[in-house]
Design a protein around this ligand. Structure first.
Ligand code: PLP
Length: 326
């Protein structure tokens, strides 16, 4: 076998030779390694000795920029900071400019609609498990072309299954660390079972969350129920959905809205089920573990909440941050 010798002289040529069609979605990356931004996907690299790569030692957030405005920037940053604090990860010095860095990366990517991923890693230093070997945390920001789920998922609904992957214990469920192996295996189980989404149960058999989304049901009494955040990530989207649903309670369309323990039998009997998350917004689940949910079609509360959420994402100045495109 003849292997290339790669060095500084031929590195760029070697990495440019590869055919990576998925790079088309990658818009821009800021890295604290270079304190700069690139729009060349070939250069969107993280050092292999960063603890992030070999120990998943880092925390992250994903947020949406909708028509040049970032939705829920502050709640995402608060959660990022809480996650970092929980794993005793100091923010890198450049983090004091996080808002400007995010905006600059979005502008460099030149897409008013995109997904923004912010990662804070323990940083490079050694290949050991010892975080004290690392020489300073790092910040990586990527903007990616936004690809929503297919329209049919909103028009006809999706299917979900209860998965067998054990849920993260509550201590880890609320740290948005880069260790997403259970979440990856959940998604794999859903796809293998021919369903769109998988839902994990907690150790007591109550509904917890999807691989990257929260779940909510409208129970048979007309109450919007969301699993308690003790066992799930406190999703920024589902929190807005609960907030927005208060208007539906006032108008008598819902009997109430709040956080509860929910067992699978209650979910099978639900009038409606939704999944909520940054990339999906709110999605109707019409089949769960082979049970038809409600009429088997997206229901009226879904339609109301989807329209309230879209209005919030596009018009509510209190939760939108201008990126500053010229
Ligand atoms: C495990 C998990 N639960 C729920 C969510 C939904 O959170 P958000 O609405 O803030 O995107 C996510 C999002 O990434 C997640 O990873």
């Amino acid at each position: 076998m003849k292997l290339k010798t790669v060095d500084k002289d031929n590195f760029l040529e070697v990495i440019s030779e590869r055919d990576c069609p998925w790079h088309q979605a990658y818009l821009a990356m800021y890295s604290s390694q270079w304190e700069g931004i690139t729009t060349d996907p070939d250069l969107m690299l993280i050092p292999v000795d960063d603890h992030l790569v070999h120990r998943a030692d880092g925390v992250f957030e994903a947020m949406r920029c909708v028509d040049g405005r970032i939705y829920l920037l502050e709640p995402h940053l608060q959660r990022l900071e809480a996650s970092a604090k929980a794993i005793k990860l100091d923010m890198p010095p450049g983090y004091s400019n996080i808002r400007s860095l995010i905006k600059a990366t979005v502008i460099a990517g030149d897409e008013r609609d995109c997904l923004i991923r912010v990662v804070v890693s323990r940083g490079p230093g050694s290949f050991s498990a010892n975080p004290f070997d690392c020489h300073g945390s790092q910040l990586y920001i990527n903007t990616i072309r936004f690809r929503p789920p297919p329209k049919e998922h909103y028009e006809h609904g999706v299917s979900a299954i209860t998965c067998s992957v054990p849920i993260k214990c509550s201590y880890f469920a609320n740290i948005k660390s880069c260790d997403y192996l259970p979440n990856v295996l959940m998604k794999m189980e859903a796809v293998d079972a021919g369903a769109e989404y998988a839902v994990a149960l907690d150790e007591d058999g109550f509904l917890a969350e999807g691989s990257t989304e929260n779940i909510a049901i409208v129970d048979s009494a007309g109450v919007l129920r969301v699993p308690l955040f003790e066992r799930t990530l406190a999703g920024t989207t589902v929190r807005r959905v609960v907030e927005l649903s208060k208007g539906l309670v006032e108008r008598g369309k819902l009997k109430g809205a709040g956080f509860y323990k929910i067992n699978p039998a209650e979910a099978y009997e639900a009038g409606e089920i939704f999944l909520c998350g940054t990339t999906i917004g709110i999605l109707p689940v019409v089949e769960y573990d082979g049970h038809r949910i409600g009429t088997g079609k997206p229901g009226p509360i879904f339609r109301e909440l989807a329209s309230l959420l879209w209005e919030d994402m596009t018009q509510n100045k209190e939760v939108l941050t201008e990126v500053g495109f010229s």
